[in-house]
Design a protein around this ligand. Structure first.
Ligand SMILES: [Zn+2]
Length: 115
Protein backbone atom coordinates (compact mmCIF):
# COMPACT_ATOMS: atom_id res chain seq x y z
CA UNK A 1 0.00 0.00 0.00
CA UNK A 2 1.25 3.47 -0.86
CA UNK A 3 2.30 5.75 1.94
CA UNK A 4 -0.70 7.82 3.10
CA UNK A 5 -0.68 11.47 2.17
CA UNK A 6 -0.86 12.78 5.72
CA UNK A 7 -1.13 16.42 4.72
CA UNK A 8 -4.01 15.79 2.35
CA UNK A 9 -5.81 13.54 4.84
CA UNK A 10 -5.52 15.99 7.70
CA UNK A 11 -6.89 18.81 5.57
CA UNK A 12 -9.88 16.60 4.70
CA UNK A 13 -10.38 15.68 8.36
CA UNK A 14 -10.35 19.37 9.27
CA UNK A 15 -13.30 19.90 6.97
CA UNK A 16 -15.24 17.33 9.00
CA UNK A 17 -14.02 18.52 12.40
CA UNK A 18 -16.81 21.03 12.77
CA UNK A 19 -20.14 20.39 14.54
CA UNK A 20 -22.41 22.16 12.07
CA UNK A 21 -20.71 20.69 9.02
CA UNK A 22 -21.10 17.23 10.53
CA UNK A 23 -24.77 17.99 11.15
CA UNK A 24 -25.23 19.05 7.52
CA UNK A 25 -23.42 15.98 6.23
CA UNK A 26 -25.40 13.64 8.48
CA UNK A 27 -28.57 14.97 6.84
CA UNK A 28 -27.47 15.04 3.23
CA UNK A 29 -25.67 11.70 3.28
CA UNK A 30 -29.21 10.26 3.49
CA UNK A 31 -30.94 12.38 0.88
CA UNK A 32 -30.49 15.66 -1.00
CA UNK A 33 -31.81 18.56 1.06
CA UNK A 34 -32.66 22.12 0.11
CA UNK A 35 -31.11 25.09 1.86
CA UNK A 36 -34.30 25.88 3.77
CA UNK A 37 -34.28 22.38 5.31
CA UNK A 38 -30.66 22.83 6.37
CA UNK A 39 -31.35 26.28 7.81
CA UNK A 40 -34.11 24.79 9.94
CA UNK A 41 -31.88 21.91 11.01
CA UNK A 42 -28.99 24.13 12.06
CA UNK A 43 -31.24 26.87 13.44
CA UNK A 44 -28.72 29.43 12.21
CA UNK A 45 -29.02 32.44 9.89
CA UNK A 46 -28.97 31.77 6.16
CA UNK A 47 -25.55 33.40 5.53
CA UNK A 48 -23.96 31.10 8.11
CA UNK A 49 -25.51 28.01 6.56
CA UNK A 50 -24.49 29.14 3.07
CA UNK A 51 -20.95 29.66 4.22
CA UNK A 52 -20.66 26.13 5.62
CA UNK A 53 -22.18 24.73 2.44
CA UNK A 54 -19.68 26.71 0.38
CA UNK A 55 -16.75 25.27 2.34
CA UNK A 56 -18.00 21.73 1.68
CA UNK A 57 -18.82 22.43 -1.95
CA UNK A 58 -15.48 24.10 -2.68
CA UNK A 59 -13.78 21.02 -1.23
CA UNK A 60 -15.75 18.84 -3.66
CA UNK A 61 -17.53 16.94 -0.87
CA UNK A 62 -21.05 18.04 -1.77
CA UNK A 63 -22.73 19.22 -4.95
CA UNK A 64 -25.66 21.53 -5.48
CA UNK A 65 -28.42 21.14 -7.99
CA UNK A 66 -31.22 23.50 -8.80
CA UNK A 67 -34.79 22.23 -8.76
CA UNK A 68 -37.11 25.04 -9.75
CA UNK A 69 -36.57 27.91 -7.31
CA UNK A 70 -34.71 25.73 -4.83
CA UNK A 71 -31.13 24.58 -4.53
CA UNK A 72 -30.60 21.07 -3.19
CA UNK A 73 -27.35 19.76 -1.76
CA UNK A 74 -26.19 16.18 -1.78
CA UNK A 75 -23.11 14.26 -0.69
CA UNK A 76 -21.01 13.24 -3.69
CA UNK A 77 -17.69 12.19 -2.14
CA UNK A 78 -17.61 8.41 -1.66
CA UNK A 79 -14.52 8.46 0.56
CA UNK A 80 -16.13 10.98 2.92
CA UNK A 81 -19.31 8.89 2.86
CA UNK A 82 -17.30 5.98 4.23
CA UNK A 83 -15.72 8.16 6.91
CA UNK A 84 -19.12 9.47 7.97
CA UNK A 85 -20.36 5.92 8.36
CA UNK A 86 -17.42 5.19 10.63
CA UNK A 87 -18.11 8.31 12.72
CA UNK A 88 -21.89 8.53 12.69
CA UNK A 89 -22.91 4.95 12.13
CA UNK A 90 -24.65 3.27 9.23
CA UNK A 91 -27.52 4.97 7.47
CA UNK A 92 -30.90 4.21 8.95
CA UNK A 93 -33.42 6.07 6.81
CA UNK A 94 -33.95 9.80 7.08
CA UNK A 95 -32.87 11.96 10.00
CA UNK A 96 -35.90 11.95 12.37
CA UNK A 97 -35.25 15.59 13.29
CA UNK A 98 -35.36 16.56 9.63
CA UNK A 99 -38.68 14.85 9.01
CA UNK A 100 -40.22 16.80 11.89
CA UNK A 101 -38.66 20.13 10.86
CA UNK A 102 -39.92 19.84 7.28
CA UNK A 103 -43.46 19.66 8.61
CA UNK A 104 -42.88 22.65 10.89
CA UNK A 105 -41.34 25.06 8.40
CA UNK A 106 -44.05 24.59 5.73
CA UNK A 107 -41.35 24.50 3.10
CA UNK A 108 -42.38 25.48 -0.43
CA UNK A 109 -39.79 23.26 -2.16
CA UNK A 110 -40.85 20.57 -4.69
CA UNK A 111 -39.77 17.74 -2.39
CA UNK A 112 -42.09 18.87 0.39
CA UNK A 113 -44.87 19.52 -2.11
CA UNK A 114 -44.92 16.69 -4.65
CA UNK A 115 -47.47 17.32 -7.36
ZN1 LIG B 1 -38.72 21.44 1.45
Amino acid sequence: MAKPDYTYLSSRLKLLAHPERLRILDAIRRDAECVCHLEALLDKPQPYVSQQLKVLRDAGIIADEKQGQNVFYRLTDTEIRGWLEAILGPLGGSLPEMTRLKQEILCPCPKCNPE
